[in-house]
Design a protein around this ligand. Structure first.
Ligand code: UD1
Ligand code: CA
Length: 452
């Protein structure tokens, strides 16, 4: 199909009920702004251009919308006079001559391509407007779809509906597809003669019917067209989105023992045969390869976990953490901007930042890369097959050679050559009998205190 399709996305609302310092379409679902989700869904419908109608926070809203593959041209709606008025803010785009126009809302981020494609097909088949509806037993607040014999005859807003019309459970999602050639003429005839005194986009149906045009509907699952007006609804949308993504991942071969406790980001990439234990959080930018295991209570962000690697329980992988195949990062370990070589082990209570650890190195419990002097960051390099003793402080910049060893409790400030053992700690001295004397003195002090 070589049709030209324009999407007009409305994002000029004031977001009053969000009680927020930013536009609601910038609030995130799966760590990505709602507006970016909407544009991403449009990418798969055959849309070529997007006209974005903005008001509040235009700059960041435009940036978030333009972060995907589609080109976005913004139009400002200076006054909020209703959805019909908002669409006409994009008049200059619509008038360029498209075959079909899709209208979508920036605050309905869960939309999927399927119903939109179906609606576009019905416009191609001759309908002037196709509205995407959904069924709900709680229709309050939505426009009702009034249908007769398979045709849509009107959309009635709640406030303008009769008691009889309000009983309709088929509701307007807000999404619609219009015949591109007729769109401008139809939209131009919408008036604000209604209870709210707004220009309702939904009136376009009665306008076109009055001119002998035809409209119909496509039904979408209610949870794919849900909108967001306040933060409680934001959390509901997040829950729906999380459920959907987890399901997709499990069906694609990822094991989740308690999926409802795993939180994903929009770009989380997990290969088949990965096991995710309960209570794991994936921030943005995480990729996990086949056969890796993420144990309970781990937090990952901007990290890459190669196949066969083991993470956690209670591990934290921060941006730039790159675990090579079969590496192990254990409990209470934090990794930031570091290569953990193939088969290397960082098993307990450790901070590794700005470091490169070679294959099969073993990093003892309590090791810290001292990478920061309060102003600058420095790198630590740890060679393959080396053994870093427990509680070693590695004062960067510093290099531990291949096959080298550091003694437990060392403070390593100088490079250690390949194969060497480094002792960076005070030598132990034993004093005969002194232990008993010290304890006797301490006991006496305690008894003297009690008598006072
Ligand atoms: C709208 C529909 C209603 C539908 C419901 C679905 C109309 C008249 N009503 O009602 O039939 O059931 O959505 O959620 O269209 N916006 C602007 N500029 C404006 C007004 C709105 O950009 O001047 C944007 C808003 O930011 C929002 C969208 O348009 O993203 C919908 O506006 P909203 O006021 O929420 O419409 P509803 O009353 O919910
Ligand atoms: Ca709304």
């Amino acid at each position: 199909m070589n049709d030209r399709v324009l999407a007009v996305v409305l994002a000029a609302g004031e977001s009053t009920r969000m009680k927020s310092s930013k536009s609601k379409v910038l609030h995130t679902i799966g760590n990505r702004p709602m507006i970016s989700h909407v544009i991403a869904a449009l990418e798969n419908t055959g849309v070529q251009d997007v006209a974005l109608v903005v008001g509040r926070d235009a700059g960041p809203v435009i940036a978030a919308a333009g972060s995907g593959r589609l080109d976005v041209v913004a139009f400002e709606q200076t006054e909020r006079l209703g959805t019909g008025h908002a669409v006409l803010a994009a008049r200059d785009a619509i008038s360029k001559g498209y075959d079909q126009i899709i209208i979508a809302y920036g605050d309905a981020p869960l939309i999927e391509a399927g119903p939109l494609i179906e609606a576009l097909d019905k416009v191609r088949a001759g309908y002037d407007a196709v509205v995407i509806g959904f069924r709900t037993d709680r229709p309050t607040g939505y426009g009702r779809l009034l249908e007769q014999g398979g045709e849509l005859v009107a959309i009635r807003e709640e406030k303008d509906a009769t008691a009889e019309e309000r009983k309709t459970t088929s509701c307007n999602s807000g999404l619609m597809a219009l015949n591109g050639a007729r769109a401008l003429a139809l939209l131009g005839k919408i008036t604000n003669n209604n209870v709210k005194g707004e220009y309702y986009l939904t009136d376009v149906i009665e306008v076109l019917r009055a001119q002998g045009g035809r409209a119909t509907t496509v039904e979408a699952p209610a949870d794919t067209v849900a909108g967001c007006n306040n933060r409680a609804e934001l959390a509901e949308l997040e829950a729906i989105w999380q459920r959907r993504r987890r399901h997709e991942m499990m069906v694609s071969g990822v094991t989740m023992i308690a999926p409802e406790t795993v939180f994903l980001s929009f770009d989380t990439a997990i290969a088949p045969d990965v096991t995710i234990e309960p209570n794991v959080i994936f921030g943005p930018g995480v990729k996990v390869e086949a056969g890796a295991v993420i144990h309970a209570f781990s937090h990952l962000e901007g990290a890459h976990v190669s196949s066969g690697a083991n993470v956690g329980p209670f591990a934290r992988l921060r941006p730039g953490a790159n675990l090579h195949a079969n590496a192990k990062v254990g409990n209470f370990v934090e990794i930031k901007k570091a290569e953990i070589g193939e088969g290397a082990k960082v098993s307990h209570l450790t901070y590794i930042g700005d470091a490169r650890i070679g294959a099969n190195a073993n990093i003892g419990a309590g090791t810290v890369t001292c990478n920061y002097d309060g102003f600058n960051k420095f790198e630590t390099v740890i060679g393959a097959d080396s053994f870093v003793g427990s509680n070693t402080l590695l004062v960067a910049p510093v290099t531990i050679g291949e096959g080298a060893l550091t003694a437990t409790g060392s403070v390593i400030t100088e490079d250690v050559p390949d194969g060497a053992a480094a002792f960076g700690r005070a030598r132990q001295v034993n004093k005969d009998g002194l232990g008993l004397k010290i304890m006797a003195r301490n006991k006496a002090l305690k008894e003297a205190r009690k008598k006072k």
